[in-house]
Design a protein around this ligand. Structure first.
Ligand code: COI
Length: 361
């Protein structure tokens, strides 16, 4: 364990129990935050230091702070779940810690040791445990670790002063009804990321680039946007905030392979469960034409959006100005629904965790 002791400053004005109960009854997503947050600072000279759990609240920044100008920022998303015996568990947190370290490398930020990442999450969940929703309600505590460059300097180079933070919010489902299929707008003009760019890193800039296309998708009556590769504009990449998975009638399940998409931890877990269920998993290039032809011929029988926030949500239609791909209606027997039940069962402690994914906090 990396030698870093957390100082704890308790919130003197925590939310009233009645307020917490009201939030937990209908948390939505990303709207209500817990009583505390974690901060760990880094400087080039001192390395990681001053790890602390402090009251949740505004931060003070110099307007010249690097993050405001060049977007040197990365983040993660993971959840803590309440099991039937009241204990609280996270799902594969070391994978998020490793991905944060990989994102840090790409954005020239310092790498936080994975054990410190896991401990930071544990510290926040421990102090704000009453914010973890009850077992059996399809809710969880969403944790948002992030790292920002905060050196007050306008030159374009990697900042020499950085902070890592963790905040948390109780979360229901990301989409209004998690079992209702979402419709996706096919983005033709804008790319999310280019070859050699930051597409595989979880950095704010990628999401900033997706906002305008996402806005267009909403205007077209769709919940998400699908990006194609930036070189040929022909191959599937990912959705605005989640990965995409297709199911074929011969028992094959395929997901796009590309160095400009996010290596999804939920996607990786879904594919493992799909493999356990006897399906053949392919990580490969998938062209839009293959999806169109496969859907038309009945060879492609399902499509799903997968991510920490979205969990597994079936895709109803892929819409564009030229054509619409409509997937068959979703039933209890659809793979998306079966794997969703299995994955959320493991996360909530009602299915056995055969892969050792859960960490008790
Ligand atoms: C997550 O799934 O955790 C994300 O960061 C994506 C965002 C759409 C909430």
């Amino acid at each position: 364990m990396t030698d870093l002791t957390f100082r704890i400053e308790r919130n003197a004005n925590p939310a009233a129990d009645a307020t917490v109960a009201e939030v937990l009854a209908d948390p939505g997503f990303g709207k209500h935050f817990t009583d505390h947050m974690v901060i760990i600072d880094w400087t080039k000279d001192a390395g990681w230091h001053d790890a602390r759990v402090v009251p949740y609240g505004p931060l003070t920044f110099n307007p010249a702070s690097a993050v405001f100008h060049y977007g040197q920022e990365i983040f993660e998303g993971l959840k803590a779940y309440r099991h039937a015996d009241g204990s609280v568990h996270t799902f594969r947190p070391e994978r998020n810690g490793q991905r944060l370290a990989d994102s840090a490398h790409r954005l020239a930020l310092p790498q936080l040791p994975v054990d410190v990442f896991v401990e930071s999450v544990r510290q926040l969940v421990e102090i704000d445990e009453r914010w973890v929703p009850a077992h059996g309600e399809n809710k969880a505590l969403y944790l948002r670790p992030f790292m920002i460059a905060n050196e007050d300097f306008l030159g374009v180079r990697a900042a020499e002063s950085v902070s890592y933070l963790v905040i948390a919010c109780p979360a229901g489902s990301y989409f209004s009804d998690p079992t209702r299929p979402v419709n996706i707008w096919l983005e033709r003009e804008y790319s999310r990321a280019g070859r050699g760019g930051t597409g595989a890193a979880k950095c704010g800039g990628n999401y900033a680039a997706s906002m305008l296309p996402q806005q267009i998708a909403y205007e077209k009556g769709c919940e998400q946007v699908l990006f194609l590769d930036s070189c040929d504009g022909a191959y599937l990449e990912e959705l605005g905030g989640m990965n995409v998975v297709l199911v074929f009638d011969d028992g094959t399940v395929a997901t796009p392979a590309s160095d400009s998409i996010l290596p999804g931890i939920t996607r990786d877990s879904v594919l493992q469960l799909v493999e356990d269920a006897g399906y053949q998993v392919e990580r490969r290039r998938i062209s839009l034409d293959e999806w169109r032809e496969g859907a038309a011929s009945g060879r492609i029988v399902e499509a799903m959006a997968v991510g920490t926030a979205a969990v597994i949500t079936p895709i109803g239609e892929l819409r564009s100005d030229e054509f619409t791909i409509a997937n068959p209606p979703v039933t209890e027997e659809s793979l998306a629904m079966r794997i969703r039940a299995k994955l959320t069962g493991i996360q909530n402690g009602v299915e056995s965790d055969t892969h050792g994914w859960m960490l008790k906090l």
